[in-house]
Design a protein around this ligand. Structure first.
Ligand code: ADP
Length: 254
């Protein structure tokens, strides 16, 4: 019996070592990938600074493409690193008091730029009384950027609303909703979109860019904070993504 438990213990240690080695490898790799990419993006920006007559419009266009592709790769590396941290259980969550109204307003302002030239209107709404939320502010921002970013990407004409709801009496935050009037999601795909790398249109010729990691990361980040992320949608009529802060708890024993 003792030999058996020793063998089990040994096996557990080996698995832990392997998992730690994998995390370290990923962290180092992503650092090694990020450093040169930051240089590519940074120096492209330097070259694009207006200098009279130095660059023709074609050269500027090439530089913009280098920069945008570099940024896309950086986003992808960050997403892959997040997914691996989530899988390994090493994602770090730091809870604090979050002012949801400030968070939503500043994130919406940050994303306004993506709407320039489009006919889509982005609006925000808050309850009269809104208390603080116990959450990880940076992770909440990441979730919001993903949800609103998707709403922008999949709404060509119409509107997007970010709505916060709270308990009428206490002001305790209840939900955060991102509602859009965009292309919607076919009912048979509604659950698979939360899986890593899943997209409604995953064909190589698809119209919308992206990696299919955003919702998988967002849902996992919600759960790590004790929240839930769900969606309701109808093809052609838009989508509503809801982060629920207060999960229905099991009834307390008498
Ligand atoms: P990505 O946006 O990089 O493809 P996500 O995980 O964020 O990855 O989303 C997965 C898929 O879910 C998207 O490719 C799209 O098909 C669908 N989706 C997400 N948000 C919306 C939305 N607001 N409206 C319509 N489809 C959406």
């Amino acid at each position: 019996l003792e030999a058996q438990s020793r063998a089990l213990e040994e096996e557990r240690r080996r698995a832990e070592d392997a998992s730690r080695a994998k995390s370290e490898f990923l962290a180092r790799m992503s650092h090694e990938l990020r450093t040169p990419l930051n240089a590519v993006v940074g120096f492209t920006n330097v070259l694009m600074k207006p200098r009279e007559g130095l660059l023709g419009s074609r050269e500027r266009d090439y530089l913009a493409r280098i920069r945008d592709n570099g940024k896309h790769l950086l986003g992808l590396i960050n997403d892959v690193l997040d997914i691996s941290r989530i899988d390994e259980g090493t994602m770090d969550i730091q809870l604090g008091q979050v002012n949801l109204e400030d968070l939503v307003r500043s994130t919406a302002a940050q994303l306004e730029g993506r709407l320039s030239g489009s006919r889509v209107r982005l609006s925000v709404s808050f309850p009269r009384v809104l208390g603080p939320l116990l959450a990880d502010e940076a992770r909440m921002r990441q979730i919001l950027i993903n949800l609103v970013g998707n709403a922008i990407k999949f709404t060509e004409d119409g509107w997007i609303r970010v709505e916060v709801a709270a308990d009428l009496e206490t002001g305790a935050p209840l939900t955060l909703r991102v509602v859009d009037s965009g292309i919607g999601i076919p009912s048979e795909r509604i659950e698979t979109i939360f899986e890593a790398f899943e997209q409604v249109d995953g064909s190589p010729s698809r119209r919308f860019g992206g990696t299919g990691l955003g919702l998988a990361i967002s849902r996992a980040l919600c759960r790590l904070q004790g929240f839930d992320l769900s969606v309701e949608s109808e093809s052609g009529k838009g989508s509503t993504f809801t982060v629920r802060f207060r999960l229905a708890s099991p009834p307390r024993p008498e």
